[in-house]
Design a protein around this ligand. Structure first.
Ligand code: CP3
Length: 340
């Protein structure tokens, strides 16, 4: 039994005594305590692959910021790595894949990830659960197949994602084959996260917004749906950044919560998704403002979600140069303003 299960109850659509709150990308970057751990190591990957340390930085925001959930410290890119495509995390630049998928034979060289290859993540989850001592729920996560596919084709971030998008037009069968492999890998991986103790799951479709609506349905939601259908043990949140047009189709998906980015209108989403809990969606840039501004914007956000089941969050991950004091103020504001 968890001492604070507000997020789980909100995810189930139940009324809660106040709105629960956590932040995407809360573990890391913004906290000096995170950077201290990180700087003592060879790099990001060592942190991800050392369960005791991953657990430590997972718990930091719970203690330091007062959020209502922890999210396991890892990265969405562990899946392509387990499939056979390794990544490097380049300081101040982000992920880079030395090898990418260019043609069918590159897919032949990959495998469906063996969930056992990601044992360090499950170990980190087990340690975190123990150290959290039933205080708050632990969120597990993975990237959506389309977002992972984009990294495997592009080799990193991109302005246009034109290589990944091109493949959907020129080689649809090849695209489906790779998306199928990623989906299967992700299902096994998420099931193991639940087995290890994850109380809920989030699927990050960070590059959803670059696809036309028809392709989004055909090449992304189809595969996210397969994941949601396969995992019935815990509530799932789907966050498709930039894909406002897809909310309609998410109504019938087997997820409990839909994440909104800051461009999406909570009032519209409430009408489109009466059966889902909504998560979001303060503009992360609001946290650069004064405390007065943060409180005002938080109040507006809470009002826009009204009495709809809601998990407060930003509309995307917290930016690295955000003052942790402002994050704390946001969290405190949600707690105060939403208390009935
Ligand atoms: O949310 C959390 O606090 C848990 C940990 C987490 C990380 N990455 C750690 C991380 C989560 C949930 C992710 C997800 C992730 N990773 C996404 C989806 C969410 C989103 O923001 O859209 C994406 C697209 C990635 C890929 C990735 N990893 C990028 C583009 C980068 C570099 C830029 C950046 O965001 O910092 C990373 C590196 C990364 N992943 C860091 C952290 C804490 C910073 C690395 C460092 O310590 O130097």
């Amino acid at each position: 039994m968890l001492k604070n299960d507000l997020i789980l109850r909100a995810a189930r659509g139940e009324k809660t005594e106040r709105t629960p709150v956590w932040l995407m990308r809360q573990a890391g970057r913004i906290l000096p305590e995170y950077r201290a751990v990180r700087n003592s190591l060879s790099g990001f990957k060592e942190l991800v692959e050392t369960p005791e340390l991953a657990a430590e930085v997972t718990i930091q925001p719970v203690d330091l910021l007062g959020v209502d959930a922890a999210i396991i410290f890892s990265d969405i890119l562990v899946i392509p790595e387990a499939m056979g495509l390794t990544y490097e995390m380049v300081e101040k630049k982000g992920p880079h894949f030395p090898n990418t998928v260019k043609e069918a034979s590159d897919i032949d060289a990959l495998k469906v990830a063996d969930p056992a290859d990601l044992g360090y993540v499950y170990e980190a989850i087990k340690i975190t659960k123990k150290e959290l001592d039933s205080s708050v729920p632990l969120i597990g996560f993975a990237g959506a197949p389309w977002t992972i596919f984009s990294y495997m084709i592009e080799g990193g971030g991109s302005k246009t994602f034109s290589q990944a998008r091109r493949l959907l037009y020129s080689e649809p069968a090849m695209a489906d084959r790779l998306l199928d492999m990623i989906t299967e890998s992700t299902i096994g991986y998420l099931k193991q996260q639940v087995q290890a103790g994850a109380d809920m799951l989030q699927i990050f479709d960070s590059w959803a917004g670059v696809l036309p609506a028809e392709h989004y349905s055909r090449y992304s939601l189809k595969y996210i749906s397969k994941i949601c259908d396969a995992i019935t043990e815990v509530p799932i949140t789907v966050f498709a950044k930039g894909a406002w047009w897809a909310l309609e189709e998410m109504k019938d998906m087997n997820c409990r919560t839909v994440g909104l980015d800051w461009n999406m209108d909570p009032k519209e989403a409430r009408e489109i998704l009466p059966n889902k809990t909504l998560q979001g969606n303060l503009d992360p840039c609001a946290l650069y403002g004064s405390n007065e501004l943060i409180k005002e914007e938080t109040k507006k956000m809470l009002a826009a979600f009204g009495d709809h089941p809601h998990i407060a969050n930003l509309g995307h991950g917290v930016y690295p140069d955000t003052d942790p004091e402002k994050v704390k103020y946001f969290i405190q504001s949600v707690k105060e303003l939403s208390a009935h």
